[in-house]
Design a protein. Structure first.
Ligand code: BG6
Length: 510
């Protein structure tokens, strides 16, 4: 069954154009080239940015504006396609690009940045409202924040377009509860919470935003979204890729910090939260914090019973041999960094009491797939026992790829005898809307510019997430739980299967 769009009422960007200068720290880096600059350009090309928008790249290079423009042209060609810089919009966009080359420790550089942005604004070339995007390693966060402050670049201002300047912070949000609190305190020395945008690109994905719409824009699901009908929930964030060139960073993080602390917890919060009293930043973020605070804390001694960690060994993915994690360039030969995590969490609220949330994530798994599956209970009376009764209903929200939603249910298989089969209703985003989905960064960068924090994490959410993870991190550090191994190209170690089989359940075969 396919779905057609029957109404698109209210579907229009309808957002104000806000003049501002977007300052990217780490402008020559991978994220900037791959995501930030292409997303800003696409927004520009769709006329969603104010004509006085400017982008100032900051990096430790001796480039002038033209050299920076060349770098951006190369990045757009690589990540959008050669048509990007052949389009008429490129000309206008490239004139909005400026460069400030300095070492992030050099205080003089920040002063020059301030003068430059002021003089451009005085010429009315660009908006004087500043957005700082920190696409830099966490070790230099403190230096940059202190230098921005010393150069008076952080002076608070409220304009018709909200509170400025704004700061966008990329992961990681600390590496444990204490460092996360320290980072928040540092940010709050120069900015108010309303000026801080902690980005988690998962929240910008259309299919993740659709979780909110699916749950709270429809009537029929809410009444079954609870412990009475739901047997358990499975959240999977599986990746086929290994650590690639990020080994040095990944070695310090592992899958728990890289994916569970942010993307996975956000998915869990979105699925489990109570309906907010309004779809806005304040109410949605409040409900998310509440639900994460309701996750039952584990005791360190019981971590091994609830959470499994593992690391990939050499194996085969799509027929190609791939090395083990410890053989990857930049990884210590005796590394104990986990590349796979599976776990069971309980959310102690009236709605979810007793319903396990099984979560798993890993690198070098058989395929790239992210989904949230709501597994419903068996019917109260198994009237069709002995008639090939299929699995109980499953509602799957596919975050990527093939973004969409499917619901499986039992149907009578054609024939003279009463045999049952499982069938699926399937909604595929691209099929229903006949258009490409925007990149998550496009959505999120535009939200920063217009001042909408709904899809950004509040400081309290990160603290609540770290509270959940601290016993696990502590237990692992004290080696209270084994580090399992799994061959690349498999769904993780046997222990991950056991986590569910001991509860009489099993992971979905994806
Ligand atoms: C990042 C992680 O946040 O998300 C990476 O640091 C991971 O390790 C990436 O590969 C996955 O993002 P996506 O959008 O491809 O699912």
């Amino acid at each position: 069954m396919s779905f057609v769009v029957t109404s698109r009422e209210g579907v229009s960007p309808g957002r104000p154009l806000v003049p501002c200068t977007f300052v990217i720290f780490g402008a020559a880096g991978d994220l900037s080239r791959r995501k930030l600059l292409p997303s800003l350009y696409r927004l520009w090309a769709q006329k969603l940015l104010h004509p006085q928008t400017a982008v100032v790249g900051v990096a430790r290079r001796e480039w002038n504006d033209d050299q920076f423009r060349e770098m951006v042209a190369e990045a757009l060609t690589e990540f959008i396609g050669p048509e990007a810089v052949q389009a008429p919009e490129w000309e206008g966009f490239s004139r909005r690009l400026f460069f400030a080359g300095f070492d992030l420790r050099d205080t003089e550089g920040y002063r020059r940045l301030r003068e430059r942005s002021r003089s451009l604004a005085d010429l009315e070339l660009v908006g004087k409202q500043l957005v700082f995007y920190l696409s830099i390693p966490p070790e230099v966060f403190t230096t940059v924040l202190e230098n921005l402050r010393a150069a008076e670049l952080t002076a608070y201002e409220r304009t018709d377009f909200g509170e400025w300047p704004r700061i966008v912070v990329e992961k990681p949000f600390g590496r444990d509860l204490d460092s996360s609190r320290a980072l928040n305190a540092l940010l709050l020395r120069s900015f108010r919470e309303s000026q801080i945008y902690r980005i988690d690109h998962y929240l910008g994905k259309e299919s993740v935003q659709n979780l909110l719409v699916f749950r709270f824009g429809n009537t029929i699901y809410e009444s079954i979204w609870n412990r009475r009908y739901v047997d358990h929930v499975q959240i999977t964030v599986a990746e086929e890729i290994g650590v690639g060139t990020r080994a040095a960073t990944y070695e310090q993080m592992g899958a728990l910090r890289d994916i569970v602390q942010n993307h996975l917890i956000q998915l869990l919060a979105t699925v489990a939260m109570e309906p907010p009293s309004a779809i806005d930043a304040k109410h949605v973020r409040q409900e998310k914090v509440k639900i994460i605070e309701s996750v039952r804390p584990l005791r360190e001694e019981e971590v091994a019973e609830y959470f499994v960690r593992a690391q990939y060994t050499a194996g085969t993915i799509q027929g190609e041999p791939v090395p083990g994690y410890r053989e990857e360039p930049g990884v210590a030969p005796n590394s104990v960094t986990e590349t796979f995590v599976a776990g069971k969490l309980y959310v102690d609220t009236w709605r979810w009491s007793g319903v396990p949330f099984y979560v798993r994530t890993g690198k070098r798994l058989p395929k790239r797939i992210t989904e949230v599956a709501i597994q419903f209970k068996e019917p109260p009376m198994l009237l069709f026992r002995g008639h090939n009764l299929p699995q109980p209903n499953v509602l799957v929200m596919r975050i990527q790829p093939n973004e969409g939603i499917s619901l499986s249910f039992a149907a009578k298989a054609p024939g003279v005898s009463m045999e049952l089969a499982s069938v699926e209703m399937n909604f595929l985003y691209e099929e229903a809307f006949h258009q490409d989905l925007p990149d998550a960064y496009e959505t999120l960068l535009l939200d920063v510019i217009v001042g909408d924090q709904m899809l950004f994490a509040h400081a309290e959410l990160h603290e609540a997430a770290w509270q959940v993870l601290m016993p696990i991190l502590n237990a692992w550090e004290e080696t209270l739980a084994p580090l399992y191994r799994y061959p690349a190209g498999t769904w993780g170690p046997e222990a991950a299967e056991k986590l569910l089989s001991q509860d009489g359940r099993r992971w979905r075969r994806l």
